[in-house]
Design a protein around this ligand. Structure first.
Ligand code: MD3
Ligand code: FE
Length: 202
C-alpha cells in the first residue's frame, strides 16, 4: 500500500519486511566495521541518537560543523561499503514512490534507545535537493513529525513502524521534520531500540 502523507512524501508501509533478515544481517556487518557513536553538535550537545554510516560518504557532526566525509573519524578508514541489499531496497522503493533513477551514495544509520529523539530540522547538507531521501524504519515504532519549509509551520505526526519505508522528494524534500522521544518497548527482532536507515545522494 502506497500512501501520500504530504505532497512529495510517500509512505510504503511494510515495504522492507520481506527483506528484514537480510537487512539486519547486513546491518550487523556494517556496525562491526563502524560502531555506533554519539556525535557532538557544533553547539556542544551530545546527540541522544547514536549514529554510523555506510557508503562512499557519511554524515558527521562535531564542534566544527555538519558535513559528509568519506572516512570514519573514529577509525580513519573509509566507511563500510553500502550493502547491496540496502542499495536495492532504497532504489526500488524510490522508484515505486515516483522517484526513478535514485542512486544513493550515503546511508546514515540512526539508533534510538528509549528516550532518544531528534529535534525538528531540515536536511540541507546535500548538494542537490532535486534528489529524494529514502528512510527505512526497523525495530520499535516511533512518532515522526513533519511540517513545512518554515520552522513555525504546523507539524503533522505519523507513526512509523518496523518495515516502513518513506520517500521524501519534491516539495517535501526541505520540510522540517523530527522524531519524538522513543517510548520503551521490546521488539521481537531488535529488542529495546529503533534503527532508521536514511539514504541520500550527497
Ligand atoms: C522529511 N532521521 O537523519 S528519517 C535524519 O527517523 C533524520 O532517524 C529521522 O531526520 C529518523 O536527518 C527521520 C525520515 C526523513 C529523512 C529526511 C527528510 C524525513 C524527511 C527530509 C525531508 C523531509
Ligand atoms: Fe533529517
Amino acid at each position: 500500500p502506497r500512501q501520500a502523507i504530504a505532497e512529495g512524501a510517500v509512505l510504503l508501509r511494510g515495504r522492507a519486511l520481506a527483506e528484514e533478515a537480510n537487512l539486519l544481517a547486513a546491518l550487523d556487518a556494517v556496525v562491526v566495521a563502524a560502531p555506533f557513536r554519539h556525535m557532538v553538535t557544533p553547539g556542544g550537545f551530545t546527540m541522544s541518537v547514536a549514529m554510523t554510516n555506510c557508503g562512499t560518504a557519511g554524515w558527521v557532526t562535531d564542534r566544527r560543523g555538519y558535513r559528509y566525509q568519506s572516512g570514519d573519524p573514529l577509525s580513519g578508514k573509509p566507511w563500510p561499503a553500502m550493502p547491496e541489499i540496502f542499495f536495492r531496497l532504497a532504489t526500488e522503493a524510490a522508484a515505486e514512490a515516483g522517484f526513478p533513477g535514485f542512486a544513493p551514495d550515503a546511508c546514515l544509520i540512526n539508533r534510538y534507545e528509549p528516550g532518544a529523539k531528534m529535534s525538528p530540522h531540515q536536511d540541507k547538507d546535500e548538494r542537490d535537493f532535486g534528489q529524494p531521501i529514502v528512510s527505512v524504519s526497523l525495530g520499535l515504532p516511533a512518532t515522526f513529525q513533519f511540517g513545512g519549509l518554515s520552522r513555525s509551520d504546523k507539524m503533522t505526526k505519523v507513526a512509523l513502524e518496523h518495515g516502513d519505508v518513506v520517500a521524501w522528494g519534491g516539495p517535501a524534500r526541505l520540510a522540517y521534520h523530527g522524531v519524538l522521544a522513543l517510548k520503551d518497548g521490546e521488539h521481537p527482532l531488535l529488542g529495546r531500540k529503533r534503527i532508521n536507515l536514511t539514504f541520500r545522494r550527497v
